[in-house]
Design a binder for this molecule. Sequence first.
Ligand code: S3P
Length: 435
Amino acid sequence: MSTESFRLQPGSYCSGETHIPGDKSISHRAVMLASLAEGESEVRGFLPSSDCEATLSAFQNMGVLFDRVDATNIRINGVGLGGLREPGNVLDMGNSGTAMRLMAGILCGQKFSSSLIGDASLSKRPMQRIQIPLKEMGADITSEKNYTPPLVIHPVNHLNSIQYELPVPSAQVKSCVLLAGLFAQGKTCVTEKAITRDHTERMLQSFAYPIEVARNTICLQGHCKLRAGSINVPGDLSSAAFLIVAALISKYAELTIRKVGINPTRDGFIKILREMGARIEILNQTYFGKEPVADIVVHNSELHGINIPLDLIANSIDEFPILFIAAACAKGVTNLSGAQELRVKESDRLTTMAIGLQALGIEVMEKPDGIIINGGQFQGGEIDSGGDHRIAMAFAMASICAKGDIIVRDTVNVATSFPNFVEISANLGLKISQY
Ligand code: S3P
């Protein structure tokens, strides 16, 4: 299997104007809810990445018909909550934790058996966090002995509703329980200590499904209907994050990214960067359905190190690889604690980032639940992304401040979230080639 590499040269920058591909979290949910809705829905701005394509093929495998108008526009013929068919095959969720955990919630409510598998990285990720609440609902779901995929699900007579308090902040677990709750008898409620991304809640409302959101508890009754509709997917703030930091650390830069989702449960990294001295403006705010959208304007800035506030971690959980690059280019020390969740992402992001930063000459200290980064000067060097898309893209951006060439190995998974990353970043001034 080809793993691909990036070569980056010094003298890169990130400036100009661009759009960004659709939001990954919202694209998954749009396909899921449109498939379970009654009638034809239109999804515009879908992210045609390998993660989201895996979700789409899973529903196709379960009898959902769709018309692919083009790569990013899809008409989906919803089959209703009771209309999915037994898949002919195992459902391969590729690299996507979101697809596997959310699908498991849906599949536990079906009258047929199913199996979910994933690639080498997904096959190592913890599934006990969804198995516990799903079993409490009466589901028949098993995994490997160490609670990793494959997941095998068998039908049960009915699912019970539950009141579940999330032990770890996780939108995937919250969404899994809420989606299982669509098929349960009675009212399912999920309470979270730290508010996590709320795209499932917003999208259920877009499909006219009755849900109650009161502070940090979300409740829904099972067996109501989802009404088909049209969904416009905003640009992905997590993909925009790479370009935002790239512009901040470029010498003379002004970058505008149009129509990016600015959901307040996702914008923690903007608050962190502003605390580090970043000049970021949010302009022309509007809504795509229930999701807030805006243009983001970034000016190159002098960054300084900070203690990252604990209460911003859940809302910036995917942005730490690129935040660590910002910290390495900042003056002084940046300290992160309370972020042990980073160890169970597409790679162990604390270790993979620490090794990569050190390889490029940055002084770091890895902690069990975080990292301390001493701002310095990037040298050239070679990085192994560990097959993690966000680590590959983060180290590509390090080249803006580096003295020598940077080679990033194992970059093929960039296509799981940002398929045209190389083209967009090269257009904005990154000296990047792929081989
Ligand atoms: C996601 C939730 C987060 C995030 C992931 C997408 C989602 O995972 O890291 O990239 O779409 O619900 P956790 O729920 O594991 O924090």
